[in-house]
Design a protein around this ligand. Structure first.
Ligand SMILES: [Zn+2]
Ligand SMILES: [Zn+2]
Length: 466
């Protein structure tokens, strides 16, 4: 029997932790505590003895560097205060004018609601639906949900509804894209600053604060603590597991090897005979692996690859100037920025609109089609790539948000006006299907080729002798 063990890794959670960790998996330190109970890694299914992270630190999986726990001091009170403030800011942020454009003696102002309605009025129903959900509906639903949950937990009240609401919060969190919309506002301003006078209005201040609050909530929320307060630690569900496992038997093995499954949403570890039933803590359907992950993900990336062509070849925007229409594709828009010296903005749109969807389609295809035998270093890189794919997907909506603002802001009748063109619908289909593909892909199927003896505790973990 091997005498190497995986120990959990505690990572210092600095401001840029999430992003840098996503790319490099760095900031790892050897463990400092030996108190442990079992949990499993959601990305590689490794059984690990988890310890309580010191406040302000995260516990990382020693095999794939996925974040297992993250602890914030006063998480519930902070989440309550932030979400309450967010709810106060939401109505003005969504309905007040963001800015006013003046050109050729005309002036137009735009707010977020109008930018959604404009797509709808012009028969772009799917685009309108995507922008409505991502910029208006989900931000409000998530803020209200997390406000209600943190208020109830703060008052130490529990009810079955809390688990349902928090499960929905975990499901829809990545579909709220206010920060992407904020970048869209910035790009709209830079794009139009040559040809019109721009005046910022109060809505833009409220919206910026709303974005900062949304980002702060995702940083301070301590998911494990919330789940434990809502539905208990689930200890009764794993009565057969020792608190202090025989580490040669339990660690270095996957949860599946040990007859256990991890809930996708609340990360409760339960016996595998509960597969197909609802999670006792959060109510999510339990599966050993995400159902039909392989075929569903393939179907979704093939869909996005098919729609990627019309999304890029057809015009996405039409500018009418003195009655003369001028249609432009995504690439034309990028070239425009380069010709006008805005290289950074050109690069941002190029990355968000072309590189990100391509990287997601190609990346997931590579992850699905390479089924090499267990190679720790390669699997770690593939898991990191998967996390990057899941993280960046939503930023592709950037160009759609820019167009949503431009069509409202530049509507000066016969003289000049901007309209949406057909590629917008295809582009939204690409964004939605690549995001769904990242959700249906189960990274643990890549690690299933590794069995207990195959995974040398070499790279990320600190080996300890027994
Ligand atoms: Zn892992
Ligand atoms: Zn659950």
């Amino acid at each position: 029997m091997t005498n190497h063990h995986y120990d959990v890794i505690i990572s210092n959670k600095s401001l840029f932790y999430t992003f840098s960790h996503l790319l490099t998996g760095s900031f790892v330190h050897p463990p400092t505590d030996t108190q442990h109970a079992l949990t499993a890694c959601p990305d590689c299914d490794l059984l690990v003895s988890v310890i309580e992270a010191p406040t302000g630190h995260a516990v990382l999986c020693p095999r794939c560097s996925s974040t297992l726990r993250k602890k914030t001091e006063g998480s519930i009170a902070k989440t309550l205060a932030l979400s309450g403030t967010g709810l106060i800011l939401y109505p003005p942020a969504i309905s007040l004018p963001l800015m006013t454009f003046q050109s050729l003696g005309f002036s137009d102002s735009a707010n977020i609601l109008e930018s959604v309605l404009n797509f709808y009025r012009n028969d772009y129903y799917f685009v309108s639906f995507m922008v409505l959900l991502s910029a208006v509906v989900f931000p409000l639903v998530l803020l209200s949900g997390i406000f209600f949950i943190s208020l109830q937990l703060y008052r130490r009240r529990s009810s079955p509804a809390l688990a349902r609401i928090f499960r929905l919060y975990e499901h829809f969190e990545e579909w709220a894209m206010v920060e992407v919309y904020l970048l869209g506002i910035l790009i709209t301003v830079i794009k139009m600053s040559d040809s019109s006078d721009i005046t910022f209005r109060s809505g833009v201040i409220c919206f910026t604060l709303l974005v900062l609050i949304t980002l702060a909530i995702s940083t301070v929320i301590d998911r494990e603590l919330f789940w434990q307060m809502i539905g208990g630690s689930g200890r009764e569900m794993r009565a057969d597991l020792p608190d202090h496992p025989n580490r040669d038997d339990d660690t270095e093995r996957s949860a599946a090897d040990r007859g256990l499954i991890l809930c996708d949403i609340c990360h409760l570890l339960v016996p595998e005979d509960l597969a197909g039933q609802d999670c006792p803590r959060c109510g999510e359907r339990l599966h050993r692996r995400k159902p039909e992950s392989f075929s569903r993900t393939w179907a979704l990336i093939i869909t996005s690859a098919i729609f990627f062509a019309p999304a890029n070849l057809l015009p996405i925007m039409r500018v009418d100037f003195m009655g003369v229409p001028d249609r432009s594709t995504i690439m034309d828009g990028i070239i425009y920025f380069f010709q006008h010296g805005s290289y950074l903005i050109g690069l941002i749109i190029f990355a968000a609109s072309i590189l990100v969807p391509l990287f997601k389609i190609a990346g997931l295809a590579i992850l699905l089609s390479t089924r090499a035998p267990c190679n720790l270093r390669l699997l770690q890189q593939k898991t990191r790539m998967y996390r990057l794919i899941a993280f960046i997907g939503r930023w592709s909506m950037l160009d759609i948000f820019v167009i949503s603002l431009l069509t409202v802001l530049v509507d000066f009748g016969f003289f000049t006006s901007i309209h949406t063109a057909p590629a917008a619908t295809y582009f939204c289909i690409v964004v939605a299907s690549t995001m769904f593909a990242a959700i249906t892909f189960d990274p643990r199927i890549m690690w299933d080729t590794c069995t207990a003896g195959d995974t040398p505790a070499a790279v990320a973990a600190k080996p300890t002798s027994s």
